[in-house]
Design a protein around this ligand. Sequence first.
Ligand code: NAD
Length: 374
Amino acid sequence: MTETQKDPFAAAASFNAGVYGTGLRPVRADRLAEAVRRLLRAAGSEEQEAAVVADHLVEANLRGHDSHGVGMLAMYMPAIAAGLLRPNQHATVIGRSGPFLAVGGGSGYGQVIAREAMDLAIEQARREGLAVLSLRDSHHIGRVGSYGEQCSDAGLVALAFVNVVTRPAVAPHDGTRPRLGTNPICIAVPGTDATPALVLDFATSAVAVGKCRVAMGKGQEMAPGLLLDPQGDPTQDPGVMFQDPSGALLPLGGHKGFGLALMCDVLAGALASAMPGTPSHQNSGRVMNNMFAIVFDPARGGNAQWAADLDDLVAYVRDTPTVPGVDAIQMPGEPESRTRRQRLADGIPLDGATLAMLDSLGRERGLDLGELLA
Ligand code: NAD
């Protein structure tokens, strides 16, 4: 792979050009989902697929992860046109061996493929206590926490390691050029009567690439210590991620995030999917995700009292004096739940760039989405 290969994230970012600082407009979640459903239908998806993908994207916005919300359509639509993302595919079991379950996605919408693959893993974990899932050949799966929630809603624990196969974005620790994806990790634990489900879900880079796109859309700089420019020097300009050659994100927490990102490429890529993030797989201009997930029944994990012990642990951790300006210790998943409640009530604040992008994608397909997005 060369360092100047095609960047699918640039498609999403290019819509930001010239519309910096155009302000935020709140859009009701149900109206936004309807607009996205219509767009997806016009782009070839059957009704059910359009609903699943639209709901996933809007849910990401509702939970505050605008980086993985409806803005992703700017990347998905050109990918369909280029034949890199294939609508109306379904998860296919390609192998089973003991607890291992291998599933292929036919380059379909990751939101559909990963959801169906998790359904299969959930079914097996309920029956056998354990499923070890390797999902391959899926287009971008979006917010990984969504699949964690799918498992925790089913009363199961999930550990998911995802690799991102596309132009690399993250520099190894002590490196100056990108070599890894933003490889996210999710750990989800079901809630009890006293404790909500714990959903830890983050990129192993200091920030997700999508957060740079969102910052660009708002005309904002990134915080210091997150980005390198193409020369390997520190910068706060999110635009470096969409240049050619691009800059690089730093790994989360230095050598620790680097190690986690590498292990995502090892577990989800090299060991499970025959699609590691190595150069031969990065040159297609698309964004693929592979996922290695362990799904198990906590009641069969060795401690019959797990729920009570979890409640005790969480209560003990919550009972920590906080730093000035912070009311309470939050558990993983709680910031997203709070944002969701707020955005359901007040609307999802969309920036001018995202609204212009949706409007333009609609017009290209003969749709007027103006009324839904007003
Ligand atoms: P982030 O930095 O916002 O971290 C989110 C995690 O931290 C959540 O578990 C959240 O509950 C927890 N958290 C946040 N603030 C907290 C607080 N004050 N106290 C306690 N816990 C707190 O997330 P990110 O790294 O920007 O990732 C955003 C999204 O991007 C994720 O949903 C991830 O799955 C997704 N992503 C997807 C891909 C892909 O290729 N599909 C790649 C990278 C990231």
